[in-house]
Design a protein around this ligand. Structure first.
Ligand code: URA
Length: 241
């Protein structure tokens, strides 16, 4: 790749600003000063330094966020804050995007990456990757609901959901549950409970495929996935897939 693109990608400013840095003679490739912005470098094999500091280039970034309520799962919006607004500059420069959508009022596990292939793998309706949610429900969740979810319930638009695995933590006028589903229809968890006459009052995603939310992350915090976690996600198998 061109040296000016590489430096811009890792945060040295616009291509114009990068040109100035190159002109200043402070950029070296394998110990040779490079000042031509068109110079091609291979960041995986060659050592690129600026003011003697080595540039660490990576193509992909993989983040796990504990999404707070109040933020859109989008890259930009004219009037509302998005999860990308919560990223540090050095992460945002990779142009990552959220993998799948959590509603504005939903919290919990959100993967943010610029790896389109992985995002597709995790969200494609054909793959059936399971997602687990923790929720507070207004209404008494019963074993009948467990059975109904296992069979699939009819949503407000007539769609019959794939089997969902509902487990009841507490049942009463306000219930607490975990629900694992393999689809990602719009407002799916909320609409599944509406289908059985109940209302979700709090929703948090706690697992995506084999990857649980790191509970050490405070709401609104994020961290990079480890290489092992990225491999786990890449090898995530869907149910019946
Ligand atoms: N189901 C919902 O209803 N909302 C979400 O944010 C995720 C799943």
């Amino acid at each position: 790749m061109r040296i000016d693109k590489l430096l811009a990608n890792v945060g040295f400013g616009s291509r114009k600003e990068v040109k100035k840095i190159l002109k200043a003679g402070v950029v070296k490739v394998d110990d040779e000063v490079v000042s031509d912005p068109k110079t091609h470098v291979n960041p995986e094999e060659q050592e690129v330094t600026v003011h003697g500091e080595r540039i660490v280039y990576k193509e992909f970034i993989y983040l796990m966020m504990n999404k707070p309520a109040g933020y859109l799962s989008a890259t930009e919006d004219l009037s509302q804050e998005t999860v990308i607004d919560l990223l540090e500059y050095e992460d945002a420069i990779y142009d990552p995007f959220p993998v799948g959508r959590l509603d504005k009022d939903t919290e919990g596990l959100l993967i943010i990456t610029n790896d389109g292939q992985l995002a597709h793998q995790l969200t494609s309706p054909k793959k059936h990757v399971p997602k687990t949610y923790f929720a507070h429900i207004l209404g008494e969740v019963t074993e009948d609901d467990v059975k109904a979810f296992k069979q699939g319930v009819v949503l407000d638009d007539g769609y019959v959901t794939k089997p969902g695995e509902l487990s009841i933590v507490e049942s009463g006028p306000q219930s607490i549950i975990y629900l694992t589903i393999t689809e990602g229809k719009f407002h799916q968890v909320k609409r599944m409970f509406e289908a059985v006459g109940k209302k979700v009052t709090y929703l948090k995603r706690v697992k995506m495929g084999p990857l649980p939310l790191d509970e050490e992350l405070e709401i609104g915090e994020y961290r990079e996935l480890t290489d092992e976690e990225v491999d786990l996600l890449k090898n995530a198998k869907g149910v019946n897939a």
